[in-house]
Design a protein around this ligand. Structure first.
Ligand code: G6P
Length: 753
């Protein structure tokens, strides 16, 4: 059974791995060294984390795979989806809208439709990957509808969202024709994170003005139609950072130091190296920077032969018009300046339209005397932080646009307004001429901040706030089932756990852990029961063991119930035995004699024949039995089909098992009771608790003794002394046992991340 259930799921537009195709066209993956994945990797490895994201390539459908302890869940996008969801709505509508409309946002209804559909696709992949009660962390503007879509499908989840880019002021945000839908999408999260306080307040203001929700401080109340509080959402700032220690280490390494010296040499040992490192994006103010630099050269304030600007402009979103236009403009500008001020053996601007590995970047940072970050609007700007982390020599000057998130944190940089070309020129000159002592003073201050506030701290702080937020929700949000247990059962549970020796906690599945549904293939363990079972499964087996006892085949039981590793499974009314372990399902071999095999064929043929004569009746196949299902048939039809099945069993000399809307004919003579008894002896359990709802569970109740606890779920005659109403109450029984057996654990649930 593939590992599909994860306690921590990150959902981002892209997977943190790059696809490499070898000569034979085989795919291999290389971890992309992004800050987010580096920060989350240890947490994801210990929490069986999964990452849902696009591969970056059109129409590439691949199965989920493990990459160094992270379960990668690739989302396949078609050419049209890439055009309309990624290049269109994400990068030609939302991106410019969120960046002060530096480029005009385009509003196209088809793009919106595709954005919605792709968000649905991501949400369903996240739903599939998330274990009950898991934490799902959605990243960035490409996926703003995912939180609400996921909340609707999975109220049991703890959902976080982080907006990596600016959230615009209301006056700009309001241009978006789908502004309310996007806000409602985000409000599906428990915690909506932003880079700056200003972004969070822009968002809160948009919520107040464009939706019916009320806010107080950072909290937004989500009410139902009768104005009752359903849950709360918090919006707050969590400024992101980088893996500072890694950059620091890298930059100190001999290799990088050597390469930095080489770079200076290759550039002709100029007096001053200025550096710009950006995605080639119109938000980065690359043109403003080059203009200011060109004017400095022109002014004669410095000798053009003594300075060099290295501009790394990594290719980005090249199919979007605004990006193509920007590239042309920048390249013309660079050409003009180089033509004017360059000479033989000297280039004024080294323009590099590539991406470079982290080592080369670190060497560039070490080589650069002045770092230029001139964004017109930038959520954070991590390049500024990387430069600081690389300067363990406490040298170098950071010129930083006040329109970056980083400017709010990086006290020690020379701030600029990149629109003010004169002011920018002045600060660049200040940087070039700054005395070493002042460089050190400023850089030390910058490093104190960057080295401490790293990306691990960011993700830990965010996830801890998410946990707090989810825990403070009204009780019913994360525990949708309700109900209470009677006193006598509560007392019985206390006595049950108090006695000596190991105990066995066993339960039927359908109708007990999972409510009965029309389509049995969609049965699902109620999240609250699963949460309790995980706590129980963590107990040593000489204290307590868990078992699921069902008429279903073992395989289906394991797949549908999703019970935790360590749970014993009894399937096919005792004919099959197995266990859920870390790798999935391990099972004891089921051997049928030749006679039993031919009997099974006759049973299957006979039941199929009955099913073909009645509408709404179908046959389920199991390793040692076949089952006639009648729950979708009319009352009379069901009666007739069942009677025919009972008669068939009689003809074959087999005993039919008649349950709720099912008649099962097995070729092995087993019962849940015998199997439960065998398991109890095997485990040496001194006391057994069993919960069941159907006639077949009476066999299990029948093998229980005075010290055991038999709990009947739902109406109907039973020999069990205790009775509860439904699956919600069954979850409460398990929860109560978990609390009694692990008294040190708080009832609010264990801390995740
Ligand atoms: C910005 C966005 C990210 C995005 C990155 C690269 O930093 O906030 O979400 O992944 O740019 O953009 P791309 O379009 O290449 O994924």
């Amino acid at each position: 059974m593939a590992k599909t259930q994860h306690d921590l799921v990150v959902v981002a537009n892209r997977l943190p791995v790059d696809l490499r195709l070898d000569d034979e066209g085989n795919a291999t993956w290389k971890r992309a060294p992004g800050g987010l994945v580096t920060a989350l990797a240890p947490l994801m490895q210990s929490n069986e984390g999964a990452w849902v994201g696009w591969t970056g390539t059109p129409d590439l459908a691949i199965d989920p795979f493990d990459d160094d302890g992270i379960w990668m869940v690739p989302v396949s996008l078609s050419e049209t989806e890439i055009k309309e969801y990624y290049e269109g709505f994400s990068n030609d509508t939302l991106w410019p809208l969120c960046h002060d409309v530096i480029a005009p946002p385009a509003f196209h209804r088809e793009w919106w439709e595709t954005y919605r559909e792709v968000n649905e696709h991501f949400a369903s992949m996240a739903d599939y990957a998330a274990a009950p009660g898991a934490t799902v962390w959605v990243q960035d503007y490409q996926l703003q509808l995912v939180p609400a879509l996921l909340r609707k499908a999975r109220p049991d989840l703890r959902i976080g969202y982080f907006h990596h880019i600016p959230f615009p002021p209301l006056e700009i945000y309001s241009q978006l024709p789908w502004r309310t839908q996007v806000l409602e999408g985000l409000l599906g999260a428990d915690l909506v994170g932003f880079q700056r306080n200003g972004d969070a307040s822009n968002f809160l203001r948009a919520v107040r003005r464009l939706t019916d929700h009320t806010t107080s401080g950072q909290l937004i109340d989500i009410d139902d139609q009768e104005d009752r509080l359903v849950r709360r959402v918090r919006a707050a700032a969590f400024p992101i950072s980088i893996d500072s220690a890694r950059f620091d280490r890298l930059a100190r390494s001999e290799k990088v130091q050597k390469r930095a010296a080489e770079i200076r040499e290759e550039l002709g040992n100029p007096d001053c190296i200025l550096l710009g490192v950006d995605r080639l994006d119109y938000t980065k103010g690359i043109r403003h920077r080059i203009k200011a630099y060109g004017e400095i050269l022109e002014s004669g304030a410095v000798d053009p032969q003594s300075v060099t600007l290295v501009q790394v402009a990594s290719p980005s979103r090249e199919n979007v018009d605004a990006y193509q236009q920007l590239r042309e403009e920048v390249e013309t500008q660079v050409g003009r300046i180089n033509g004017e001020f360059g000479g033989l053996g000297h280039t004024s601007i080294y323009y590099l339209h590539h991406s470079y590995p982290a080592e080369e970047m670190a060497a560039l940072y070490v080589a650069a005397d002045v770092m230029l970050v001139t964004s017109l609007r930038d959520g954070m700007n991590l390049v500024a932080k990387e430069y600081v982390a690389a300067r363990s020599d406490d040298r170098g000057v950071l010129v930083l646009s006040e329109f970056t998130g980083a400017a709010e944190e990086l006290n020690g940089a020379l701030l600029i307004n990149p629109h003010d070309i004169e002011g920018t020129k002045r600060q660049i000159l200040n940087a070039m001429n700054m005395p070493v002592a002042e460089q050190r003073r400023r850089m030390r201050r910058l490093r104190r901040r960057v080295m401490v506030d790293d990306v691990a701290k960011w993700s830990n702080t965010y996830l801890a706030s998410l946990t707090d937020m989810a825990a403070s929700q009204p009780e019913h949000v994360h525990t949708p089932e309700s109900g209470t247990l009677g006193h006598s059962l509560r007392d019985a549970l206390e006595t049950f756990v108090a006695g000596p020796g190991p105990i066995l906690i066993a339960s039927d599945f359908d109708g007990v852990l999972a409510p009965l549904v029309d389509d049995p293939a969609t049965s699902r363990t109620v999240p609250r029961a699963l949460r309790a079972m995980r706590r129980l499964a963590a107990l040593p087996s000489n204290r307590a063991s868990l078992a699921l006892v069902s008429g279903r085949s073992l395989q289906t039981l394991a797949e549908l119930s999703k019970v935790p590793a360590g749970t014993h499974l009894i399937g096919s009314h005792g004919a099959e035995r197995g266990m859920v372990d870390e790798d999935g399902l391990s099972r004891d071999e089921l051997a049928l004699s030749e006679g039993e095999q031919s009997q099974l064929r006759w049973v299957v043929e006979g039941l199929e024949d009955i099913a073909s004569r009645h509408t709404g009746v179908w046959v389920e196949h199991k390793p040692s039995a076949a089952v006639l299902h009648t729950r979708l048939s009319t009352h009379d039809g069901a009666d007739q089909a069942s009677a025919a099945a009972v008669e068939l069993a009689g003809r074959l000399g087999l005993r039919p098992l008649v349950g709720k809307n099912v008649v099962e004919i097995a070729v092995l003579d087993t019962t849940k009771g015998r199997a439960l008894d065998a398991l109890r002896s095997e485990l040496g359990a001194t006391r057994v608790l069993y919960m069941g709802d159907d006639a077949t569970d009476e066999h299990a109740f029948a093998v229980l003794g005075d010290r055991d606890v038999a709990v009947k779920v739902g109406p109907g005659d039973s020999i069990a002394p205790y009775r509860i109403a439904d699956s919600s109450a069954a979850a409460l029984v398990l929860e109560r046992l978990a609390v009694l057996l692990t008294p040190q654990t708080k009832r609010t649930g264990r801390q995740r991340g």
